[in-house]
Design a protein. Structure first.
Length: 94
């Protein structure tokens, strides 16, 4: 089974881009951590892009590469959370 892979260049401020992605083909015995609707994705590396985040609002299940962190919570709306984390206040907290 092949799933799209989301890497740091796909996570923009407030938006996740699902074009020009590579696919990962998984064996059915693998049980990877997948990106799900309403997750917040955060860039973990990159000069000028570290900390950039966006809500994942697609229905399509995807895989993160090792430069993308998945933040999953039921306590806050993912759009609100990503706007907050991308704000000046959010940058000061990280």
């Amino acid at each position: 089974m092949g799933l799209l892979v989301v890497n740091s260049k796909h996570v923009r401020e407030g938006e996740v881009i699902l074009t020009d992605n590579r696919y990962a083909y998984l064996q059915e015995t693998n049980n990877p951590l997948t990106i799900q609707t309403d997750d917040v994705l955060i860039n973990g590396t990159g000069i000028g892009t570290i900390g950039r985040c966006a809500p994942y609002l697609y229905e399509q299940e995807t895989l993160p590469d090792n430069h993308v962190t998945i933040l999953r919570t039921d306590l806050l709306d993912p759009v609100y959370l990503s706007i907050y984390l991308n704000s000046l206040i959010g940058w000061k907290l990280t």
